[in-house]
Design a protein around this ligand. Sequence first.
Ligand code: FCB
Length: 580
Amino acid sequence: MGKRKQKSDEIQETDQVLGHDPFEDMDMGWIDGEEGALSVEVLGRDPFEDMDMDWVMREREELFPGLAQEEVEEVKVAFDETRAEPVPSAVEEFTLEQVVVEELPLERATAEVEPLVQPKPLEPLRAGLPTGVAPAKASMPAATFHFPADFKWGVATAAHQVEGNNVHNDWWAWEQADGHIKKGHVSGLACNWWENAEADFDRAAEMGLNALRLSVEWSRIEPRPGVFDDSALERYSQMLWGLRERNIEPMVTLHHFTNPLWLVEQGGWEVPETVALFARFVRRVVEALGQHCNLWCTVNEPNVYGYMGYLEGVFPPGQSDQKKAMRVIRHLLAGHAAAYREIHALQPHARVGLAHNMRIFDPVNPRSPLDRRVARMTDKFYNQAILTALARGRWTLPLGFGLAWKLRRTLDWIGLNYYTRDLVAFDRTQGQALFGSRLHASDAELLDGGYGEFYPRGMFRCLQRLARLGLPIYITENGIPDDDDDQRPRYLLTHLHQVWRAIQVCYPVMGYYHWTLVDNFEWAEGWTLRFGLIALNPKTQDRTPRRSAALYAEVTQANAITPHIIDTYARELRAELLPG
Ligand code: FCB
């Protein structure tokens, strides 16, 4: 048993950096039973009941190094008992190991597609790696960067940011109080999508887009606990149909930052009960919308939700409590896993993933061991812990310790939201931030509104890392706040060039969703940050396409970055992108 109690590398490292282990008294019991039992009450069954636990035996050596076979058997028995007896006793003693990302098999890639109504059948998950670059057309010069023939070109949005009048969720309430949103802005009518998303769908279709990511608003669909509004579901059904009529494939996000007020009143994501309530909501959504969609994104950016709402306090509920932040993220991941199983139970051919926000953290001084250490820790905390939980079924710091076995095999694809990088320097005054200060190099090009560094290579580096999961990858968000559009053309072309590079080395990148089509309500930044390819005047609802809209349209229509596009929109990139 000695080995079990041995400290893992990350715990030792945290001890060294922080001087203590902030999670030593963490109760992990809930994840291995509580929310299963709660699901039985809400859903009528435990979505995890038929889950295969044989992997514990198969990966015995790695999970429990040095542990005798009988002891491992004990673990399995403990898990089985967990199912009958919600709160386990022995579980949290195990598995304090290093972070390793495992290669997951693409077994779901072969899921069969059920025939669907016209105009175009929903697509299967593409099996294996990209089908390769399209053959060069005779008219195109050799230096053209081609994308795979079935590549998805999309834009991404979220319900609260575009629909308008989402009066029954926590963000609407948060906006009404002074000091929460820059300049006192409110979402108001937003982009008026609830009334007329179709006008913007037309614009997307004119640009030649074949994909669009949007989210559904829980507070509209379930305005009171357990009471579902069919007219809201009907409106979403109409929107999805509208997309498919335009040959645009919808990706539906099921949770993108907002919650119904009734859910928040009963504890929101701070309490395990929400996992089952989310699964019930998801089931209803998939029953209603599954005929128009089989590409689902369960949860958007659990790390951003937890950090912004519960550490930095700039999103509702505006708290600063590290333990709560981590509990919230764990619940969101459990919600993801429960949703995954609900969706697959209803729609076996579904393609289900999650959008993960990744930032690059590099040491300010790569020769300083302290800078390197805090950069590595920041990376593990922000980027890696969630991936390890999902890919390995294992909690690591800062999320906790022990097995997160219900998270395993709950991804058919992984979504990357990439925007920028931070340089990190050791700073003994920053105890709350792992003793790291975030900086930018003096010669770095910065994005508007303090949004970070212009760093295209970060796109390739994130894709490289995600490729190790062995799953198809969608870039579910990438974009830039740039009202005057002086950086966006370069940002778009350089980031897409990195995507192209990733595809050349056979990373399975299936599509790119630019954030975003039309300027929209940017959370705590209000209307001060403009991410749209199309500018919006929220008062008049007038729309004015930026140059980048034409650029993106040309790229999607050519399915390539051509020298002509580079010359037309960002000639200064010629030397960098087309050397020689
Ligand atoms: C992401 C959010 C998205 C939008 C962009 C700019 O973190 O998912 O809603 O705010 O940032």
